[in-house]
Design a binder for this molecule. Sequence first.
Ligand code: PBG
Length: 327
Amino acid sequence: MNQIVRRPRRLRSSSVIRDLVAEVSVSPSELILPIFIREGLESAVPLSTLPGIFQYDLESAVKEARRVYDNGVKSFMIFGVPSEKDSLGSQGYADDNITSRSIAAFKDEFGDDALVMADLCLDEFTDHGHCGVLDERGCVANDSTLELYGEMALSQAKAGVDFVGPSGMMDGQVGHIRSVLDMNGFSEVGILAYSIKYASGLYGPFREAVNVSIANGGDRKGYQQDFRNVSEAMTEVSLDIAEGADIVMVKPAGMYLDIIRSVRDSVNLPVAAYQVSGEYSMIKAAGQAGYVDEMAIAYESLIAIKRAGASSILTYFAHTIDEILSR
Ligand code: PBG
């Protein structure tokens, strides 16, 4: 029997119809702005490998955060950059360190109208540039690093942080930080867990932003994940959830959309993604060279990350989201 297949009618094309039926959108309130605050600066300093991004002194950081807040971005991730570094990263958890002072200043400015998050990792504070302390052989010592992460979590919590963001990829970091926070009366402080963090070449520009170089040409392959693998990433997510993560994050984002989708389909927690420094700088550079339309590609990249299943995105494009969305 012959079946008659009706050709779909062609509707009049209009942006109103396209917007009516669009499946994915991105809004400023879903973004988290990473912000670098460096001790001892008098004014903001531009970063050559991250065009348009600065290291801020505390005052100019708050001012920039307020500007971005007025464009609808309400969450901030503070990266404190100390003026002194040592082998134990002691400025990461010392009283009144740059991160704590920044958290307190942001909470003063915004109160509960914004979410103040802080990176919880030692690499910004160690002179060897690793995310943890080293043992006699020069290898990162997982368990002694956890102790220091606990100290950092406490110092950030005392300063008023809403979420800590452990990014050092030590085993058991979420569980250890959760129990230190709970035991000290900070159970309301959340954990945005860097659950999947691949050892990626895309973090290059960030290292200039936080003045980090890894000693003896080292890398982080011993504690970050191998980008050829999927299943170990999913194991890391389950462990973080069991240990008490409130939001799980995938990093980098744009080259790992398959991973974001797998996580989205297999967990019931909010999923965040970090569009990292290299992703940002490549789009910026290609835009500046005139090869692509920067704003259009920035928008497309954010939509792709949302479409893959992320509910929140940590991105340097949060600085210019007003321009990106008004196009
Ligand atoms: C570690 C940390 C890194 C980034 C965020 N937290 C660097 C690293 O693992 O080497 C990279 C973020 C980016 O590239 O934008 N504290």
